[in-house]
Ligand binder design. Structure first.
Ligand SMILES: *Cc1c(COP(=O)(O)O)cnc(C)c1O
Length: 434
C-alpha cells in the first residue's frame, strides 16, 4: 500500500524516478533477500521517514538548539532517546549519528587523540567492520590499531584477546561484528577492558534487534559504550544510536557527534527511529527476534546436512557463513552473482581459516541471514526449501574457471526452472506480516 502511494506521488512529478522505485519494490518482493544486514521496515517506520520533519533544521540537542521552531523536533528526539534507553537499559542515548560509520567515528573522536589513540578490534577478514581500524578507513589511518581474529575453530579466543590487550594497552577495546555467527561474551570483553584501563565499545549493528528482542544477551552493564545501526535486525530506518553509561562519556560523545562531526540531525529519521523502537518494545518483536535465530539455525543445519562447510559449525544469531571453496570448490563472489541470477540475494564474504587464495574482493565464502525472510513470515520449515534452492543452484554451477565462463551453469534448463520456482516461492509471502 505504502509502495503504491509513494510511487504514484513520485510518478505525478517524475515518471523516470518513479519507474526505478517501482522496479525496486518489485525486486524486493520477487527475490529471497538474504543479506543479513538488511530488512523490511514496517509501513509505519517508512511513513515517518517521509514526514514533514524532513523539512526542519535544528542543530544542537533538545533544549539547546541553534534554531527557532523546535517544539516538535525536541519532542520527537526526546521520545526516541527515552525509548532507546528503556529498551537497551542504558541511561544515555545519542540518536543523531547519521549511520553506523559516523557513530563509530563519533565514539573514537570523543575519546581518542588522532595519531595517539589505540584501538583494538577484530580483523576485517574474520568479521570485523571497516570502521574497526581497516587501513582503507580513516579509523585505521588516524589511530594505532591492533587486530585480533578467530581461532582455528572460527570462534573468538578470549584468553588470547586478553593476552593481546595486556600487551597492546588499547584505549578502546571493540567487540561486535559484521560477520560473526556466535554469541558475544560481553562480560568477558568488559572485564578485559577494565583490566587494561580501556573503554569498552560494543558495535552491535547486526544484532541490535536480537538484543532488543531478548534473543542475544545484553551488553549492559558490562560494556561502557554501545553503537549500532538501526536498519538491520532492529528493522528501523537507516540511522544509528550510541548508548553510554557514564555522564562524562555521554557528554563527550554528544560533543563529538555535534558539532564535532555533523551539522543538523535528520529529524524524519529520528521520528522513524522512535516508531521502530516502539515496535521493538512489543511482544511481536520478541517473537520475531527469536524466530530469526531459529530460522538461521534451521538453515545452517539443512546446509550442513547437505555437506556445506558452515563456519564455526553453525550459528547462535541471525547469520551464517559458508565456505564455498571448501564446500564446492567455488569462489564466493561468483557463487553470490550466480545465486542472484536465480533470485537469491546474499553477500560474498571472507571466512576465517580460508584457503590462501582468499582476498577481500575474491573471498572463499558467502554470508547469509534470516532477518528479511523472517519479517516475511517464514518459519523453520520454510528454511528446508530455501536450503534446497541454494543447494540446487550451487550443484548446477560449473567449477573450474567459472569467473570467466559465459555459460557458468551445467544445465541452463535446470537454472530456468529454479529461477521460476524461487520467484513463485518468494511471491507467496507478503513483504511485511505484522
Ligand atoms: C553495518 C555496520 C556498520 C556500518 O553502518 P553504515 O550504516 O553502513 O555506516 C558498522 N559496524 C558494523 C559492525 C556493521 O555491521
Amino acid at each position: 500500500m505504502i509502495e503504491k502511494t509513494i510511487t504514484s506521488l513520485v510518478e505525478a512529478c517524475d515518471p523516470k524516478a518513479a519507474a526505478i522505485l517501482q522496479n525496486e519494490d518489485e525486486r524486493q518482493t520477487a527475490v529471497l533477500r538474504m543479506i543479513p544486514s538488511e530488512n523490511y521496515a514496517s509501513p509505519a517506520v517508512r511513513a515517518a521517514l517521509a514526514s514533514t520533519l524532513s523539512n526542519k533544521y535544528g542543530e544542537g540537542y533538545a533544549g539547546r538548539r541553534y534554531y527557532q521552531g523546535q517544539k516538535n523536533t525536541d519532542a520527537i528526539e526526546l521520545l526516541a532517546i527515552e525509548r532507546a534507553c528503556r529498551l537497551f537499559g542504558y541511561p544515555h542515548a545519542n540518536v543523531q549519528a547519521l549511520s553506523g560509520a559516523p557513530a563509530n567515528l563519533g565514539v573514537y573522536t570523543a575519546f581518542l587523540k588522532p595519531f595517539e589513540g589505540r584501538i583494538m578490534a577484530m580483523r576485517l577478514d574474520h568479521g570485523g567492520h571497516l570502521t574497526h581500524g581497516s587501513p582503507v578507513s580513516v579509523t585505521g589511518q588516524w589511530f594505532e590499531i591492533m587486530h585480533y581474529g578467530c581461532n582455528e575453530n572460527d570462534v573468538l579466543d578470549y584468553d588470547e584477546i586478553r593476552r593481546m590487550a595486556i600487551e597492546f594497552k588499547p584505549n578502546v577495546l571493540v567487540c561486535g561484528y559484521t560477520a560473526y555467527p556466535r554469541t558475544i561474551d560481553f562480560a568477558a570483553f568488559g572485564a578485559i577492558a577494565r583490566e587494561v584501563g580501556a573503554i569498552s565499545l560494543a558495535d552491535v549493528s547486526h544484532i541490535a534487534g536480537l538484543i532488543a528482542g531478548g534473543a542475544h544477551p545484553s551488553p549492559f552493564p558490562h560494556i561502557d559504550v554501545v553503537t549500532f545501526t538501526t536498519h538491520k535486525t532492529l528493522r528501523g530506518p537507516r540511522g544509528a544510536i550510541i548508548l553510554s553509561q557514564k555522564p562524562e562519556h555521554a557528554e563527550a560523545i554528544d560533543k563529538a557527534v555535534f558539532p564535532g562531526l555533523q551539522g543538523g540531525p535528520h529529524f524524519a529519521t529520528i521520528a522513524s527511529l522512535a516508531v521502530a523502537l516502539h515496535e521493538a518494545e512489543s511482544d511481536g518483536f520478541r517473537s520475531y527476534s527469536a524466530q530469526v535465530v531459529k530460522n538461521a539455525q534451521a538453515l545452517a543445519a539443512h546446509l550442513m546436512e547437505k555437506g556445506y562447510h558452515v563456519s564455526s559449525g553453525g550459528t547462535d544469531n541471525h547469520l551464517l557463513l559458508v565456505d564455498v571453496r571448501k564446500s564446492a570448490s567455488l569462489p564466493g563472489k561468483r557463487v553470490a552473482e550466480l545465486l542472484e541470477d536465480v533470485g537469491i540475494v546474499l553477500n560474498f564474504n571472507t571466512v576465517p581459516n580460508a584457503s590462501d587464495r582468499q582476498k577481500p574482493l575474491f573471498p572463499d565464502g558467502i554470508r547469509m541471514g534470516t532477518p528479511c525472510l523472517t519479517t516475511r513470515g517464514m518459519k523453520e520449515n520454510h528454511m528446508a526449501a530455501v536450503a534446497d534452492f541454494i543447494h540446487l543452484a550451487i550443484s548446477n554451477m560449473k567449477t573450474g574457471k567459472i569467473e570467466k565462463d559465459d555459460n557458468p551453469w551445467k544445465d541452463p534448463a535446470v537454472t530456468g526452472k529454479l529461477a521460476a520456482d524461487i520467484r513463485a516461492f518468494a511471491l507467496s509471502f507478503p513483504t511485511f506480516t505484522w
